[in-house]
Design a protein around this ligand. Structure first.
Ligand SMILES: *[C@@H]1O[C@H](CO)[C@@H](O)[C@H](O)[C@H]1NC(C)=O
Ligand SMILES: *[C@@H]1O[C@H](CO)[C@@H](O)[C@H](O)[C@H]1NC(C)=O
Ligand SMILES: *[C@@H]1O[C@H](CO)[C@@H](O)[C@H](O)[C@H]1NC(C)=O
Length: 177
């Protein structure tokens, strides 16, 4: 955590002048434990030639009072995905009790906050509709906080419910000039 924070801060300082635009180019949702619910939608929709958005919606079939997400940031290089900056697991119920204690997760969440109803501490009740809809994070905001080189980046997430790997959502984004 400390070292990834240091890397992050040095990237911010070294790379402060990169700019550009980005577009989502892949999204998969894989429900590995179907007893927890169903995925209603998981797609990328075009807004215009240069912009698109993500829609993810799931209906819970069981009340959940414990879940955590492992998220791995990866970068595409020489034909493969390689770990990039972060690989961390966050207890979501704890996160929402005090988001400020979780610097990087809170930064990522800040770009999703107004697009999702996954915004409170546990429990999440059976029958609840959980969504991230019309997600188009603010380009300048993201680039100011994650001033990375142009290229293709991925976020691979595994959702653990009661320590069981229940759901995987992987997405990638192309960052270009
Ligand atoms: C998501 O990425 C992980 C690697 O972190 C991989 O093992 C898994 O197969 C991917 N899942 C899907 C549904 O593509
Ligand atoms: C969960 O799924 C079962 C079987 O598909 C169904 O009978 C039940 O009504 C569902 N429960 C909720 C809370 O959606
Ligand atoms: C959580 O999301 C719901 C639905 O968008 C919204 O009505 C509610 O005010 C949000 N709560 C918080 C704490 O942001």
């Amino acid at each position: 955590m400390i070292s990834s924070l240091a890397i992050f801060l040095s990237l911010v300082w070294l790379n402060n002048h990169v700019n550009g635009s980005y577009k989502f180019n892949a999204l998969v949702c894989d429900l590995r434990a179907p007893e927890f619910g169903i995925i209603k939608q998981c797609n990328i929709k075009a807004i215009d030639r240069k912009h698109n958005m993500i829609n993810i919606e799931a209906i819970l079939n069981k009340t959940i009072s414990e879940f955590s997400i492992r998220f791995i940031m990866v970068k595409r290089e020489s034909g493969g995905w390689h770990p990039f900056m972060y690989d961390m697991t966050v207890d979501i119920c704890k996160f929402f009790r005090n988001p400020r204690k979780f610097f990087i997760p809170n930064l990522i969440y800040s770009f999703m906050k107004s697009f999702t109803n996954v915004n409170h501490s546990c429990p999440y009740k059976a029958g609840a509709d959980l969504s991230l809809l019309h997600w188009t994070p603010d380009e300048n905001g993201v680039i100011a906080k994650f001033p990375v080189d142009h290229g293709q980046y991925g976020l691979q997430t595994t959702w653990y419910v009661n320590k069981i790997s229940a759901l995987q959502i992987n997405g990638s984004v192309l960052f270009f000039k």
